[in-house]
Design a protein around this ligand. Structure first.
Ligand code: 5GP
Ligand code: ZN
Length: 113
């Protein structure tokens, strides 16, 4: 069965899209943890960070470039933001299609919970 983020990428499931091009789509998290909480994914399905290959380097790096652009568009470039890729259960990964969280708009603590 197709994964939930593949379905978002192909518009079978609706989402609030904030950025899209041929390779990527970014949309608001359905359960935002901060005023800005965007999920950025490659349209190519990769289960998790454990499965990236060297040939994916540019694709994975591109997630950060998009995060930078969205952070600017949403006004958190100067105040600050966090980018997170959760991998497997200790990190709390729920959706097994690699994605970058862009979180901002409030003060965050470190270390993370
Ligand atoms: P993970 O825990 O895997 O790193 O993050 C998955 C994220 O995807 C969670 O923050 C969750 O709220 C979000 N999410 C799960 N299902 C959907 C959905 O159908 N639509 C949207 N917009 N976000 C989702
Ligand atoms: Zn997928």
């Amino acid at each position: 069965m197709e994964c939930i983020f593949c379905k978002i990428a192909t518009k079978k499931i609706a989402s609030k899209i904030v950025f899209e091009d041929d390779e990527y789509i970014a949309f608001n998290d359905i359960k935002p943890q901060a005023p800005v909480h965007v999920i950025i994914i490659p349209k190519k399905h990769i289960d998790s960070l454990n499965y990236i290959e060297k040939e994916d380097n540019a694709l994975i790096g591109g997630l950060l470039n998009i995060a930078k652009k969205i952070a600017y568009d949403q006004g958190v470039s100067e105040t600050g933001y966090r980018t997170v890729i959760n991998c497997n259960k200790d990190a709390g990964q729920e959706v097994f299609h690699i994605h970058l969280h862009l979180i901002g708009g409030r003060k965050m603590s470190w270390p993370p919970g």
